[in-house]
Design a protein around this ligand. Structure first.
Ligand code: KIV
Ligand code: ZN
Length: 518
């Protein structure tokens, strides 16, 4: 069967909502727009862009994303309360295809301890919230939070009320990552068989990865008849994360023989999406991560290499090119001109506007002056870094560090703070300490540095360094990431990037401060 003949599974991406909710994964407004643009271009059917009542930042992100997407539906999350739903409706008013996603907990433990509501009150809230959401859009998704720990008969009644009130998608979250493929298959099958009018709606999976089963459970849901999968790039999300989009999409593509379903995803963009999300969140992708890990297509053992040379199918079930990994890439160097650079960007899936292209080209030339061979990974780091260093409140203007044997390391920095340049010179116990102290002096703040990590982007002593920094303030964590051939410059940018994210996080209310308005 060709891809067009297969039953299409809708891909609902929640990187910007459930993904952004994970500890440390705050994103700036510009970063959210950039990710949404890429998801849209890649063929994601529905983009969950945020939780509009949670903060002015989330509201703005949802609203602005409705204006930039060309194909996807844009979705806003709302609890089962009037204020939440009206706020989501307001944020989505400029969307071509708006979707409101409203949810309430249905398991005994959540109803008793979280909501303090009985079954009848929950059923009433489902009816009222879905009806309210239908005033804004005909595309309403309802979710039973903690569905997999809900009493089956009650889950059926909840779904029945949601469908009766006008929900068009019914989502069955495995909120705590507790279910198994067989059990999840049975839950989805039961709902489809028992609930009146179940055939009029799309069932959706939403699986968390606490037991490492999120992708397997989602696929079991699809086999049971779910027509939508909720997932995130790189599987980011609360705790152990959500089902990874790239794994779901490639499993369906590679195993069409036993799972005859297609998606609208252009899989050659998966690698790029993974890199962008990793860059924005500062969460490195583990080397052995399926589909997008650095080692996903590397063969080290002699037996495997020998087999690969004879026939790639001996050890490869998909080609690197299928997910956008370029095996035969042309390296650039300092003699490469605009034309070669543009070709390279295009082959890597980047299309930059004139000003962004000129900026990237200038930084590429600087890099090529310092480094003999510029690899694809260098270019990706350079372009993605450029996207991130946009309109932040705090920017590194310049940094100089003196260090060596027998001298006390000293950092001299200029930091732009809300548009005003601050010049500082500070000593530290080591060069990194001096840089971080200088930032602290230019922009006083109280945070705990939880992580400082350096990785080389490519091989060789002239490689760019990628620095990851994680900061913590009153229980909130954020990460910053930056690359440069100078580790200390990268460290300064990474720290400042994390600080900017802290500013974004500060404006978000703690979820528990939001009450369910009935
Ligand atoms: O995991 C969950 O239950 C959720 C819901 C809000 C859908 O993210
Ligand atoms: Zn979730």
């Amino acid at each position: 069967m060709t891809n067009t003949e297969l039953k299409k599974i809708k891909i609902f991406d929640t990187t910007l909502r459930d993904g952004e909710q994970s500890p440390g994964a705050a994103m700036t407004h510009e970063e959210k727009l950039r990710i949404a643009e890429l998801l849209d271009e890649m063929g994601v059917d529905i983009i969950e862009a945020g939780f509009p009542i949670a903060s002015p930042g989330d509201f703005k992100a949802v609203s602005e994303i409705t204006k930039i997407v060309k194909r996807a539906s844009v979705c806003g999350l709302a609890r089962a309360g009037i204020k939440d739903i009206d706020r989501a409706g307001e944020a989505l008013k400029t969307a071509r295809q708006p979707r409101i996603h409203t949810f309430i907990s249905t398991s005994p433990v959540h109803m008793k301890h979280k909501l303090n509501m009985g079954e009848n009150a929950v059923l009433e809230a489902i009816g009222a919230s879905v009806t309210r959401a239908r005033n804004f859009t005909s595309d309403v998704q309802w979710s039973a939070e903690d569905a997999t720990r809900t009493v089956p008969d009650f889950l059926c009644r909840c779904v029945e009320v949601a469908i009766h009130s006008g929900a068009t998608t019914i989502n069955i979250p495995d909120t705590v990552g507790y279910t198994t493929p067989q059990e999840y298959f049975e839950i989805v099958s039961m709902l489809r068989n028992r609930v009146p009018n179940a055939d009029k709606v799309t069932f959706s999976t939403h699986c968390h990865n606490d037991l490492g089963l999120a992708v397997a459970n989602s696929l079991a849901g699809v086999l049971a008849g779910a027509g939508q999968v909720e997932c995130t790039i790189n599987g980011i999300g609360e705790r152990a994360g959500n089902a990874a989009l790239e794994e779901i999409v490639m499993a369906l593509k590679v195993r069409k023989d036993i799972m005859p379903f297609g998606t609208n995803i252009n899989t050659t963009m998966l690698s790029k999406a993974s890199k962008l999300v990793s860059n924005v969140t500062g969460f490195p992708v583990q080397y052995n991560k399926a589909i997008v890990g650095k080692n996903a297509f590397s063969h080290e053992s002699g037996i495997h290499q020998d087999g690969m040379l004879k026939n790639v199918e001996t050890y490869e079930i998909m080609r690197p090119e299928d997910v956008g990994v370029n095996s035969t890439s042309l390296m650039l160097g300092k003699l490469s001109g605009r034309h070669a650079f543009k070709d390279k960007l295009e082959s890597m899936g980047y299309s930059l506007e004139d000003a962004a292209f000129e900026d990237a080209f200038r930084r590429f030339k600087d890099l090529a002056d310092k480094k003999k061979h510029v690899f694809d990974e260098d270019i990706a780091a350079l372009v993605d870094d450029g996207f991130m260093r946009g309109q932040e409140a705090i920017k590194v203007v310049s940094v100089r560090v003196e260090t060596g044997t027998g001298i006390k390391p000293q950092a001299t920095m200029t930091l732009s703070v809300h548009g005003e340049d601050k010049h500082v010179t500070t000593n530290g116990d080591g060069p990194v300490d001096a840089v971080f102290r200088a930032i602290h002096e230019a922009y006083p703040h109280t945070v705990v540095l939880q992580l400082f990590q350096i990785n080389a982007v490519t091989e060789g002593t002239d490689a760019q360094a990628t620095v990851n920094v994680r900061l913590e303030e009153n229980g909130r964590t954020v990460t910053g990431k930056a690359s440069d051939t100078d580790t200390l410059v990268a460290a300064a940018h990474a720290y400042v990037s994390a600080l900017n994210k802290l500013l974004v996080k500060r404006e978000k209310q703690a979820p528990e401060a939001l009450t369910v308005a009935r």
